[in-house]
Design a protein around this ligand. Sequence first.
Ligand SMILES: Nc1ncnc2c1ncn2[C@@H]1O[C@H](COP(=O)(O)OP(=O)(O)OP(=O)(O)O)[C@@H](O)[C@H]1O
Length: 299
Amino acid sequence: MTPPALSLASASHGPAGASAPADSPLLQVRGVSLDYTTGNTVVRATHQVDFNVFQADRFVLLGPSGCGKSTLLKAIAGFHPTSQGEIALAGERVAEPGPDRIVVFQEFDQLPPWKTVLQNVMFPLRASRTLGRKEAEERARHYLAKVGLSAFADAYPHTLSGGMKQRVAIARALAMQPKVLLMDEPFAALDALTRRKMQEELLALWDDIHFTLLFVTHSIEEALVVGNRILLLSPHPGRVRAEINAHQFGLHSQGGAEFQSTAQRIHRLLFDTPAPDAQGAADAAPAVDVPGRVRLAAV
Ligand SMILES: Nc1ncnc2c1ncn2[C@@H]1O[C@H](COP(=O)(O)OP(=O)(O)OP(=O)(O)O)[C@@H](O)[C@H]1O
């Protein structure tokens, strides 16, 4: 089935998460180390990671497999405890999951198959008692229209393509109007053409609603297309290696000389082993807004 394009009807809801002043970070991650403990074994997933996400940022966590991107996302969502450091959203410490942080995963089976598309989108609104039935249905239909799926409101997930299922998951997440939308490699299981289309549609949706996005990927190209800011994490355990400003890039810039040279530069930053002294300095330095961090304002 050919997935329909996103509809860009004007928003009836303002940008989500408008509670933090524009110049202060919406999400603060401070010195966060995350571990998995199995019996006597402790696996460190990230080590003393710092970053800030501001209102309406499209902030990307980029790094090689196993560097702790998904674990960081889980910690921000409130599903994984911090071993060191602190995470705060709109000034409140994150201690548990909440409706102000909604995650869209890669897996297509994140939609209960016994619920229709409309019921899927309404479900968190009802379960969290955010809205009554009538209001929840109105809100759900509004966001289904935004992802171009109004005609599929009564369809069941198994009748949809992978891209359409991801659109439903996005509509369901945005309908909650979270302070931050968390996406964990949401397009990684899609074929290349659908993935590109979904990136395009996500950006069009962002142009429309200006939600705050935290997006995990291990694709350098996807990070440059989707993000306005990109945090590079080192191989396991993930430490902050650099922050890149990517405002100037979009789908139109793929293949261009500046895009290619930035992609190559990111590749070097991610995979070239720093000299021992430089690594030591990076480990010692707090990562945000201080000399010593590799900060590339205009790459
Ligand atoms: N449930 C778990 N128990 C023990 N170790 C885990 C568990 N989940 C992840 N890890 C380990 O934590 C580290 C970070 O994993 P994580 O999945 O966060 O990385 P990632 O950067 O998201 O990787 P990928 O891009 O492959 O999804 C890895 O070394 C991984 O083996």
